[in-house]
Design a protein around this ligand. Structure first.
Ligand code: IMP
Ligand code: MG
Length: 178
C-alpha cells in the first residue's frame, strides 16, 4: 500500500494551546511533589519537549523505549524495553509522556514494568487517545485529544520514521495501486 499525507486533523496552534493547558493542570497537580517525566521514545519526544518547557514547577526527565510489535507477533509476546530508564524510579512521582494510546498494550506493559520499581505514584499523559481501538483498559489522567480510528502522523508520530517533524497532526491517505 502506498500513502500520501492527508488533511490536517489537529493544527499546530491547537496542539500548542492544548499543551499549555495540560502543563498548567500538571503544574498544579504536582506542585511540591517529586515529578519525574518518563518520555517514551521516539514518538513522544516532541510532545515532551513542549510539555516540559511549559511546566512551571521543577521536574526531572528520563527516557525509555519500548520494542514495537506488529499484528504478526503472538499475543503471548509482550512489548519490552529496548531502553530502560537511567534514574531510580523508587518513591518518585512518575508521569509517563506518550504520543498516542492505541490498543493500550504498550502502555499496559510499560506500567507493569515501571511499577516493579515501586514509584510513589504513576500516571499517564498522552497527547492522543484513539479510544475506539482499545483492547486493554488503561487510564489516561492527562489526555490531549481523543481522535477517530485513523492512522495519524506529525508532531512526533511517524510512518516508517517519516513525518515526525510536522508541527501539526495529519491523516494519511492510501493511494490506489498502479
Ligand atoms: P498501542 O497499540 O496502544 O500499544 O500503541 C503502540 C504504538 O503504536 C504507539 O505508541 C505509537 O507509537 C504507535 N501508533 C499507534 N497508532 C498510531 C498512529 O496513528 N500513528 C503513528 N503511530 C501510531
Ligand atoms: Mg509511542
Amino acid at each position: 500500500m502506498r500513502y500520501r499525507l492527508g488533511r490536517t486533523l489537529i493544527t499546530a496552534p491547537e496542539i500548542q494551546a492544548r499543551v499549555q493547558e495540560l502543563a498548567t493542570i500538571i503544574s498544579r497537580d504536582y506542585v511540591d511533589r517529586d515529578l519525574l517525566l518518563i518520555c517514551v521514545l521516539k514518538g513522544a519526544a516532541i510532545f515532551w519537549a513542549d510539555l516540559c518547557r511549559a511546566l512551571c514547577i521543577p521536574c526531572q526527565s528520563d527516557f525509555v523505549a519500548m520494542e514495537s510489535y506488529g499484528d504478526s507477533l503472538s499475543p503471548s509476546k509482550e512489548p519490552r524495553f529496548t531502553k530502560a530508564a537511567d534514574v531510580s524510579l523508587t518513591d518518585r512521582d512518575i508521569l509517563i509522556v506518550e504520543d498516542i494510546i492505541d490498543t493500550g498494550r504498550t502502555n499496559a506493559r510499560l506500567q507493569q514494568i515501571l511499577r516493579r520499581a515501586s514509584p510513589k505514584s504513576l500516571a499517564m499523559c498522552a497527547l492522543l487517545d484513539k479510544v475506539e481501538r482499545r483492547q486493554v483498559a488503561t487510564p489516561i489522567e492527562y489526555c490531549g485529544f481523543v481522535i477517530p480510528n485513523a492512522f495519524v502522523v506529525g508532531y512526533g508520530l511517524d510512518l516508517a520514521q517519516q513525518y515526525r517533524h510536522l508541527p501539526h497532526i495529519a491523516l494519511l491517505e492510501s493511494l490506489p495501486e498502479t
